[in-house]
Design a binder for this molecule. Structure first.
Ligand code: GAF
Length: 388
């Protein structure tokens, strides 16, 4: 059954361009645990959720690329699809970057039209940009007949983010949007790209997101700096342990042994990543054993590491996690995504959700003069075409 949003982009497309489009949905994601581990060749545990981007896409038989951000009421036109380059129109870059990646792989991109809209909140750490990239990558793969598999599409979307959005992200977000499975979280080994699905019943344990509403303009540059700090750590360690190709391969003992050489900041960044990787593996064990309390402890430890060692949290997120921790029936809570704002993710017993939302709202209002949005999410399947 097409959602109202899919119907809206379809109607907008039809009215503007006068022909029938392909309809595509691309979900945002949550990440239960494993933050800033993806670009360190480590483990992550995301799931695609029911906040989605909706697309209407078609080939227009000309050389033009015409893009419409339905929510913003803005459009963008490029005269010649063979001459794609980054644009001053911020949102258009996520789409242009994807088309450019197809071209770089030797696939000519003809003129196309795309209308998109979404319910994934922007800047909330739920991967709205990855959803935009993945939705178009799916559509172009269809129209160009390129037959690329989902992992290749994830890679295209990731590289679009690197080259046209300037964020040197890992592959988690794009992977989650494309590989999501209804009712399952998925553990990805970001080195081998092997993945394993774990059932997660959101009627037995709710996933509640608290959107702090905080968006830091420096988040992208701080993200890239964290990545560089990790790379610096690896280059120091490699001088002593040539087998270390990424922080995934390092141990705390090795970091301790070279603490002075690493320097205090790089040491703490690396120590966080090494511990977070272990936490993902442990958390999956707890999930399989049905031990949500133990799973939740890993989440709290993850937040503490992100706050104190990786330093990507902010006071608003810390207040939300502290408030969550005081509510009975909350298994775990932590900041989610790149950080510097956005959401916390909370695992809450179903009969305690109301109390949880009331408590975190009260704590947030007491400290900050800002509205807190909360979302109860369900886990959905990954990017796909929508039949009408
Ligand atoms: C952002 C990035 F896009 C991901 O690749 C990941 O690194 C995440 O931050 C932190 O875990 O969402």
């Amino acid at each position: 059954m097409p959602t109202p949003l899919i119907q809206a982009v379809q109607a907008d497309f039809q009215q503007r361009f006068g022909y029938a489009p392909l309809l595509v949905r691309a979900p945002g994601r949550v990440n239960l645990i494993g933050e800033h581990t993806d670009y360190n060749a480590g483990f992550v545990l995301p799931a695609a959720v029911d906040k989605e981007m909706s697309f209407a896409v078609g080939l227009n038989g000309t050389e033009k690329i015409r893009l419409v951000a339905h929510d913003l009421g803005e459009d963008f036109e490029l005269a010649n699809a063979a001459e794609i380059s980054p644009s001053a129109t911020h949102w258009a870059n996520y789409l242009l970057g994807v088309a450019a990646q197809f071209q770089l792989r030797g696939h000519a991109v003809p003129g196309f039209d795309c209308v998109f809209a979404g319910t994934v909140p922007m800047g909330a750490g739920m991967s709205s940009s990855a959803a935009v990239e993945c939705g178009l990558a799916f559509a172009l793969n269809h129209f160009l007949g390129t037959n690329l598999d989902k992992m290749e599409l994830a890679r295209i979307a990731q590289l679009a983010e690197h080259t046209y959005a300037g964020v040197q992200c890992g592959i988690m977000d794009q992977f989650a949007s494309l590989f999501g499975r209804d009712g399952h979280v998925v553990r990805l080994d970001c080195r081998s790209l092997d993945y394993e699905y774990f059932p997660f019943d959101t009627t037995a344990c709710r996933i509640v997101l608290c959107n702090s509403g905080v968006k830091h303009s420096l988040a992208s540059s701080a993200y890239n700096t964290r990545r560089q700090e990790c790379e610096r750590g690896v280059s120091v360690l490699q001088q002593h342990y040539p087998h270390i190709a990424a922080l995934r391969d390092a141990t705390l003992a090795q970091l301790e042994a070279h603490r002075d050489e690493l320097g205090p900041t790089v040491f703490r960044r690396c120590a966080y990543v090494v511990q977070e990787n272990t936490r993902v593996v442990e958390a999956c064990r707890h999930l399989e054993a049905g031990d949500l309390a133990a799973f939740g402890k890993e989440m709290y430890a993850s937040h503490a590491g992100l706050r104190d060692d990786y330093e990507v949290s902010c006071v608003e997120l810390d207040v939300l996690v502290e408030a969550a921790q005081k509510v009975p029936g909350v298994f775990g809570s932590r900041m989610m995504g790149g950080g510097f704002g956005g959401c916390t993710i909370n695992l809450v017993a179903p009969d305690k959700v109301e109390q949880f939302i009331a408590s975190v709202n009260a704590a947030y209002q007491e400290k900050f003069d800002m509205k807190l949005e909360t979302y109860q999410t369900t886990i959905v399947g990954g990017v796909g075409a929508v039949a009408v």
